[in-house]
Design a binder for this molecule. Structure first.
Ligand SMILES: [Zn+2]
Length: 344
């Protein structure tokens, strides 16, 4: 590999930049190396008595489902989501989950965009895509990712055959729930449910929002129901999926450029096919469009999500993430102002 793969401790730092590993590393199978590293770190190979060879086989097959030509939704994004899950677990969420939950989180993070072909649900619906005809208009793309992921998960060479039949059913059911939770059209539902849970837990403990006192969380952890754990796992996966926006600004910019290029390519296709334009097509004001998009997404979606979620994390992790959120909002806001085509 062009660079040495970092250890689990380095991967769990918020500043760690996966993109710096360079393209050569991706050619050599980073999903397999980082996937195995996380499975090992969380003791999943030992606990579930998994074959390392079969785990490698699953990770390589999963890697091959991600298109290298996608500007954003490539294997790099999937691995990035997995290391963001790792950060969140290390920042305090680990104590909420069982070994099975951790297995679900690793598989779901790495597989949540399997087979992605750089178009979103709006395009699929407007073009009456075969995936919409197969799965219906609600979360069509996410159902497609689940089906691709299940193909490799259930392959005869996959690691899952070491699991008991009931564990395998649970893994598949929960992974499906996690992948479906990444559909942004359902974002409000998950966020509201999570906020309501926090409000009730705080109220019952007599703690007010914003206090550094975490006793309201600690009091609930030993008695979390499966439904509550499912909600927390969904939130961990969702936060990890949207983490780019609150990363150090160089990383936030690099990922934002990738997603904007993917959006613009979709916009071009929508124009060519005379479909409703749901993404901006190529424009002379790329930098301004990018800054506007990032600022809106940060202020309206990802900022409030992390503000709420990190109340359950340790103080240091919370301040690292929220400081980046604040700094990035200032930077994007200045760029939106400076690059405004009406001013120039
Ligand atoms: Zn994703």
């Amino acid at each position: 590999m062009a660079r040495t793969l970092p250890g689990a401790d380095v991967l769990s730092t918020w500043d760690y930049n996966l993109l710096e590993l360079g393209d050569a590393c991706w050619e050599e199978g980073l999903m397999k190396s980082i996937g195995k590293l996380l499975f090992t770190h969380y003791g999943l190979i030992e606990y579930f008595n998994l074959s390392e060879e079969r785990l490698s086989c699953f990770l390589s097959s999963l890697d091959s489902l991600y298109r290298k030509s996608n500007p954003y939704h490539s294997a790099a994004h999937a691995v990035d989501v997995a290391i963001n899950v790792h950060f969140l677990l290390q920042s305090g969420f680990l104590r909420f989950f069982t070994k099975m939950d951790l297995l679900v989180l690793c598989v779901a993070a790495l597989g949540h965009d399997a087979g992605h072909f750089a178009l979103n649900n709006a395009f699929l619906v407007n073009s009456d895509h075969e995936i919409v005809r197969k799965y219906g208009a609600v979360s069509a793309l996410e159902h497609f990712h689940v089906s691709k992921l299940m193909e490799v998960l259930e392959d005869e060479n996959s690691f899952v055959h070491a699991l008991s039949p009931s564990d395998l059913v649970e893994l598949k059911t929960m992974v499906t729930k996690m992948v479906l939770a990444t559909d942004m059209s359902r974002h409000r539902d998950y966020f509201t449910q999570f906020e309501e849970w926090c409000n009730v837990a705080r109220k019952e403990s007599g703690v007010t929002q914003g206090d550094n006192d975490r006793s309201w969380v600690e009091a609930r952890i030993p008695n979390l129901s499966p439904a509550e754990r499912t909600l927390f796992m969904s939130m961990v996966v969702k936060c990890a999926d949207l983490a780019n926006v609150v990363k150090p600004v160089e990383q936030a910019e690099a990922w934002a450029e990738r997603i904007m290029r993917e959006f613009q390519a979709q916009g071009e296709r929508e124009l060519a096919l005379a479909l409703p334009l749901t993404q901006p097509a190529k424009t002379a004001n790329f930098e301004w469009q990018l800054a506007k998009h990032q600022l809106g997404f940060l202020e309206n979606v990802v900022g409030p999500l992390y503000q709420s979620m990190m109340e359950l994390a340790d103080e240091e992790s919370r301040s690292i993430v929220l400081n980046h959120a604040k700094r990035n909002a200032e930077i994007w806001s200045k760029r939106v102002h400076d690059l405004d085509p009406e001013r120039n």
